[in-house]
Design a protein around this ligand. Structure first.
Ligand code: ZN
Length: 423
């Protein structure tokens, strides 16, 4: 085993330049989402690496999803390297989409520039370096001549930044990732090279619509203002609900620590007449607000919804003319990897071996594709671990340290080796 480990680590060192080149090649494919540009080209770039390394490559397009169009095909790629047995199967998954570049760049966001030990570009950290690490970690085993007992799979999936429904969720729905088939899933999201992410908080997105009664603006007492109704909701949220949520804390090691509390954000508000137009004197009869409630692993979505219903009921009880409608927009259950998961133990040992220190276990304040792995595929053993600095994701001048990229490739390779076993 020790010989295998050394051979694999040497193999990663030997392919160092190739790994960096491949990550840069991926950055140069601007897979911007929305709308979902160049997914096919990116899937093929990944498939073209996996194929020659002995992976059976499949291109899987989520044609039945509404976001799939001929112009923006939702193409995923899946490569399987069979060992002697189908199990254990270790699956490494990265999302191929990136958020738009935005303003403030001092380098070309899609140039794939390598300078001073860093790879720059949109998606360098989130998460094309992670995909390169996954591909080269999985490939290093075969290239080092290691015969695996179990099997290893690498996927590049679309749309994580917009929910992952045509990507990881779809692979889970179509049983490509499934309990009984898939034993371990590692998602190399950028959470820092010495941290393992063991889950994330939950989400309850909802819309509150108020129905008022229009009247002439000179006689507002004849109407019912929907804007005032929503104003009262905002006040209750700020003065009652938000302070109550801030009292609730989680046992999960969410980073940053301030995110260890339940929270609510007002995402949007729309009401009355359009702002730029010429105004007419009217009492607003429609207004709506969209909220983003983040749940701790100790909470559940039903309870969060009940709290909102009670808040709205109280307001309409006190004001009989006030009417609200609550619409759920999105729900994500919080997830947590079991403490005794072999995945955590194996990654911990590998990180210690490569970096000479014990990793920190953390949880994400947001969500990522872990939710689909647990929620749809039913696979318990899933973590996020990969190169890149969390705080740089989605920022101008995003970069990934080359050193992190190589280190995490080694960590992933050792982890696959340990989990799949050799003979
Ligand atoms: Zn990401």
């Amino acid at each position: 085993m020790k010989d295998h480990r050394e051979a694999v680590l040497r193999r990663v060192d030997d392919t160092r330049d190739e790994i960096v080149d491949f990550a840069a090649e991926l950055v140069r494919i601007p897979t911007v989402n929305p709308p979902g540009e160049l997914y096919r080209e990116c899937a093929q770039a990944i498939g073209n690496k996996l194929g020659p390394c002995g992976f059976e490559v499949q291109y899987l397009t989520a044609e039945d999803r509404p976001e799939h169009t001929p112009e923006y095909p939702r193409m995923n790629v899946l490569g399987l390297q069979r060992g002697r047995s189908d199990h254990p199967l270790v699956h490494l998954n990265g999302h191929t989409d990136v958020v738009p570049a935005g303003q403030g760049w001092t380098v070309d966001p899609f140039g794939g520039l390598v300078r001073d030990g860093r790879l720059y570009g949109r998606g360098s950290t989130d998460m094309k370096a992670g995909i390169a690490a996954a591909v080269y970690a999985a490939a290093a085993l075969g290239r080092a001549g290691v015969q695996l007992e179990g099997s290893v799979e690498v996927s590049g999936t679309v749309d994580e930044e917009s929910g992952g429904f045509a990507g990881m969720a779809w692979l889970a729905e179509t049983k490509r990732i499934a309990r009984g088939r898939t034993d371990y899933v590692i998602i190399p999201e950028p959470l820092n090279v010495d941290r393992i992410c063991i889950g994330h908080r939950g989400v309850y997105w909802f819309k509150v619509s108020a129905q008022g009664k229009a009247a002439h603006g000179s006689m507002p007492f004849l109407g019912v203002s929907a804007i005032e109704q929503i104003g009262a909701v905002l006040e209750s949220v700020r003065n009652e609900l938000a302070p109550a949520l801030a009292e609730r804390t989680t046992e999960m090691p969410v980073v940053p620590p301030r995110a260890r509390r339940a929270s609510i954000n007002i995402n949007a508000i729309r009401g009355g007449q359009a702002g730029q137009d010429i105004q007419s004197p009217c009492v607003a009869d429609r207004c709506e607000a969209i909220f983003d409630r983040r749940l701790l692993v100790e909470e559940d979505i039903e309870q969060a919804r009940r709290e909102i219903i009670e808040l709205l009921d109280k307001l309409s009880r006190n004001n009989p003319n006030w009417h609200y409608e609550l619409t759920d927009l999105m729900t994500v259950h919080p997830v947590r990897t079991p403490d005794d998961s072999p995945l955590i133990a194996s990654l911990t040992r590998s990180i210690d071996q490569v970096l000479g220190r014990k990793p920190e276990l953390i949880a994400s304040p947001g969500t990522y594709d872990h939710k689909h792995v647990k929620g749809i595929a039913g696979v318990e053993h899933c973590v996020a671990y990969g190169p890149g600095i969390l705080e740089l994701a989605h920022q101008a001048d995003e970069y990934c340290l080359i050193e992190d990229l190589i280190h995490s490739t080694k960590v992933l390779a050792l982890t696959i080796l340990e989990l799949t076993g050799t003979r």
